[in-house]
Each structure stands twice: as C-alpha cells, then as structure tokens.
Design a protein around this ligand. Structure first.
Ligand code: PBG
Length: 321
C-alpha cells in the first residue's frame, strides 16, 4: 500500500497539524433572554442550565461572556402578557425592555457587539411574527413595523438587527429606513433561510411566544426545500443584508454548504433551542457524552460552512477549547 490515510492520524499532535476546522471564541454569537425585574435568573424548564436574566444580572452575564472571549450577543426579550397586542406596539417603546437591554449591555461592555432579534412574536397577542387579520398573517403592514422596530433598536445602540420573521421584502424596508434616518453603519443579519421547524419549541417556552393558533408555515420555509433557500438568501443580500443566516443547524447543513458556495457575504448558523435540549436531555440520562457531542456538532456546523454560530452552547464550548 503506497497511500495509508492512518499516517495522518497517529497522534493528537499529527491530527491537530492536519485538522481542517477549528472552533474559536470568535465564532460565537450568544443568545440571551431578558426579563423584567431585579435579581432574576430563571432557568428555562426545557433548556436546562439556560436562563432568563433581569437587566442587573444581564450586566454581570455579559461581563463574564466578554472575559471568556465571547464578543457578540443576540438579545431576546420576554414581554409581559398585558403589553402584547396584534401590532407589537410595545416593540416600538423607546423605553421598552429590549431598548433598555441594549443600553445595559453597551454600558457594561462597550465593545460587545449587540444584535437584536426583530420579529413580532414576543410582542404579539397571537404569538405570530406578523400582524394578524382574519386568521392570516399580513406581510406588508408587518414589514413597516419591523423597520420601525429595527430603527428603535439601533437608536438604543444595537450594531446589528436580526429580523427573524420571514416576511417578504422586509430587509429592503428595514435597510431603507435605517439609511434614511442616518444609521448607515447599522448592520442587518437576516434570518434568510429560516425553516418552519419543530426544533423551536424550547425557545417558545423561554419567551412564552408559541403561536396561539395555527403554525408558521405560511412564512417560514418548508423543510423539504433546498433551492428556495438560495432564492431567499440571494434576495436578502440584494435587499441589503450584511450577514445571512440559516436556521436550524444540524438538520440543514446541506443548505449551509449550498449557501456558503453561492454567496460572498458572511454566513451564520443558528443552532436552535431544540438542538440544545436534545443534547441536554440525552446527556442527563447518561446516553451521550455532553462535551464531546457539543464540540462535534459545533465543528460540523463550521465545517459545513458557517462563519459564525449562534449557540446556547457558546459558553460551554469556549470553556472546553
Ligand atoms: C422569533 C424567533 C424564534 C427563534 C428565534 N427567533 C422562534 C420562532 O420563529 O418561532 C427560535 C430560536 C430557537 O429555537 O432557539 N421569530
């Protein structure tokens, strides 16, 4: 035998020399859940060891993240029921929880990259990502609200807005409003290929944002589709997206590679709440080796083509590196 592949696997030193993919703290975006109150750190029941923080504890948490080398956060807020309505009015409140959360992070760690989720669902009395009329999700009126919401987040100090709603044309509407208002350096990380996935369940527990009727299949993508992911992503780039995202991760790595091979903007992947919960549950039972599985999945996501990963495992991962 002239060629023996095992020569390149003889020791950890050799393997590390020829390793094609490495994860670093630079790769991560840390999703954070924020709630009203003081001194609140609530564990999310379907996401063991993941928490909702009140603003005072959020401050502590982001300082710790920064000290671990994690330099980017993606903020989500849990909105009290009495502030929810059909049009997401509270989302535009200058002094709303998201706007205060952005300022809190920026004050605590000014260099931290702050990204904000832009979608109506946490603010919607229907738990949908758009305005509802006669049981339908309205596209064009929703994108106007999303643009105002984005403006409000960048006014509070966010560097990137991350529209996660999948309304058509919203990137253009957001981009035009940000330009018009002078926020030409604010970035858009678009959830470009976001699938109607069953893996978002624990996240909806975290924010109490499950749809009150029906499902999200008239706006989020059909998991069976591949070409459509490219169409969605190219359109978002044309409309002014700076970073494109594929979501969820593990089941969609073929899409990640397709998109990475097609576009010339940075590609992000969201390893979602259900992916987190699966690993936690199986490792709590002793069925999987938690740390090994976490690193394997993150490495696979990066190998598939992700240049950054939004992951609930970010903190665990950097401690393991
Ligand atoms: C809101 C939003 C969702 C997620 C991110 N932003 C839920 C949904 O679309 O229903 C899911 C994230 C996760 O599961 O970790 N539009």
């Amino acid at each position: 035998m002239l060629i023996r592949n095992r020569r390149l696997r003889t020791s950890e030193a050799v393997r590390s020399l020829v390793r094609e993919t490495a994860i670093t703290p630079n790769d991560f975006i840390v999703p954070l859940f924020v709630v009203e109150g003081k001194n609140v750190k609530e564990e999310i029941s379907s996401m063991p060891n993941y928490f909702r923080y009140s603003l005072d504890l959020l401050e502590k948490e982001v300082k710790e993240l920064w000290s671990l080398g994690l330099k980017s956060v993606l903020l989500f807020v849990k909105v009290p029921d009495d502030l929810k309505d059909n049009k997401g009015t509270e989302a535009l409140n200058k002094d709303g929880l998201m706007q205060r959360a952005v300022k809190t992070v920026k004050n605590a760690v000014p260099e931290m990259v702050v990204m904000t989720d832009v979608a109506l669902d946490p603010y919607s009395s229907y738990g949908h990502d758009g305005i509802v009329e006669n049981g339908r999700i309205l596209n064009d009126p929703t994108k106007e609200v999303l643009a105002k919401m984005s403006l409000s987040h960048v006014q509070a100090g966010a560097e990137f807005v991350a529209p996660s709603d999948m309304m058509d044309g919203r990137i253009k509407t957001i981009r035009e409003l940000l330009e018009k208002e002078g926020f030409d350096t604010a970035g858009i990380m678009s959830y470009s290929a976001k699938y109607a996935s069953a893996f978002y369940g624990p996240f909806r527990d975290a924010l109490d944002s499950a749809p009150g009727f029906g499902d999200k299949k008239t706006y989020q993508m059909d998991p069976a589709n591949r070409d459509e992911a490219i169409k969605e992503t190219l359109l978002d780039i044309e409309e002014g997206a700076d970073i494109v995202m594929i979501k969820p991760g593990l089941c969609y790595l073929d899409i990640v590679r397709d998109i990475r091979n097609t576009v010339n903007v940075p590609v992000a992947v969201y390893q979602v709440s259900g992916e987190y919960a699966m690993i936690k549950a199986a490792s709590e039972k002793g069925w999987l080796d938690h740390d090994a599985v976490v690193l394997e999945q993150l490495t696979a996501i990066k190998r598939a083509g992700a240049q950054m990963i939004a992951s609930y495992f970010a903190k665990d991962a950097v401690k393991l590196l």
